[in-house]
Design a protein around this ligand. Structure first.
Ligand SMILES: NC(=O)c1ccc[n+]([C@@H]2O[C@H](COP(=O)([O-])OP(=O)(O)OC[C@H]3O[C@@H](n4cnc5c(N)ncnc54)[C@H](OP(=O)(O)O)[C@@H]3O)[C@@H](O)[C@H]2O)c1
Length: 265
């Protein structure tokens, strides 16, 4: 794979993706940000070249990744759109911006890809939903985008109608996991552990359990049964969670997030 990937916006997500692509042979990054300090820092580390303007970014990129906040997207695209070349593919990670809206913002000048990442992308462990529904996308462009984001984490090619559900499950998902982590840390503090020790134990608990689920080849239900002895300590704790309807509350949380994403979209 060989291409110049242009980044409009080099904040948290833009910089994380640029950092993740640094080790990919043949791929080089070009970046434009209104905050020049951000692109200066990336250039100083040799991670990206700095584009002098949005027009220069459009002229010099084979693929452009839009990484600005939703409220700045329309203004940012006005500076870029007339310089877009038909052979360039415009990818967007901007939450809630549909393929139809991306076609409007690009004036129909080039193919577009909608992408939904999640925050573990900041440490190279993201999940990316890719919407390749735009009929203007060539097979080679679809394959390239798939391969590129697979270098940064797990990718899921989804029809756009699944994007709100992906947002509810994996986009907001890190917050649910962190919420549960916070609660368990508080339980450790309540039972007498110093806060830093409780935090360390809980982070290790989640990392180890995730590794077990990923590597054992066993379904989470089977792994949960393995730790649940008859009349033991774990069933006592699980019974309490079930009396509190925690499972239903978690399902309702993801569905509520999906519904909110639909409202905003
Ligand atoms: N972070 C997440 O968990 C997450 C998850 C899914 C999707 N996303 C999407 O990722 C996108 C980026 O999020 P982020 O957290 O990386 O935001 P961020 O840290 O604010 O980065 C955006 C960058 O774009 C710059 N910018 C603003 N207007 C610009 C313009 N006209 N041209 C070029 N650069 C401009 C901003 O500069 P200033 O700071 O000076 O404004 C900032 O440096 C958002 O659309 C968000 O919806 C984020």
């Amino acid at each position: 794979m060989a291409a110049v990937i242009g980044f409009l916006g080099a904040g948290n997500m833009g910089a994380a993706i640029i950092g993740g692509l640094a080790a990919v042979p043949g791929v080089s990054a070009l970046a434009y940000d209104v905050d020049a300090a951000k692109t200066d820092a990336l250039a100083a580390k040799g991670l990206a070249q700095k584009a002098a303007s949005p027009e220069a970014l459009a002229a010099g990129s084979d693929y452009i990744v839009l990484c600005v906040k939703p409220q700045y997207l329309t203004g940012a695209m006005q500076a870029l759109v007339l310089a877009l070349r038909p052979e360039t593919t415009v990818c967007s990670i901007v939450a809630g911006v549909t393929v139809a809206r991306l076609k409007e913002l690009t004036g129909g000048r080039c193919p577009v890809v909608r992408i939904m990442p999640n925050t573990p992308a900041l440490v190279g462990a993201g999940q990316f939903a890719l919407c390749l529904d735009d009929p203007a996308l060539a097979a080679g462009q679809k394959a390239f985008v798939g391969e590129l984001f697979a270098k940064l984490g797990r990718t899921y090619v989804l029809e756009e109608r699944f994007f709100d559900a992906f947002t509810g499950l994996a986009g907001s998902g890190p917050a649910y996991v962190l919420h549960f982590m916070e609660a368990l840390i508080e339980s450790g503090v309540y039972m007498g552990f110093p806060r830093d020790k409780a935090t360390d134990i809980v982070i290790g608990l989640f990392a180890g359990t995730a590794k077990l689920a990923a590597q054992s080849g066993l379904h989470p239900s089977v792994l949960r049964e393995m730790v649940t002895s008859p009349a033991g300590t774990t069933i006592e704790g699980l019974m309490h969670l079930d009396r509190m309807a925690v499972r239903a509350a978690i399902i309702d949380a993801a569905v509520a997030s999906r519904d909110r994403s639909r409202e905003l979209g």
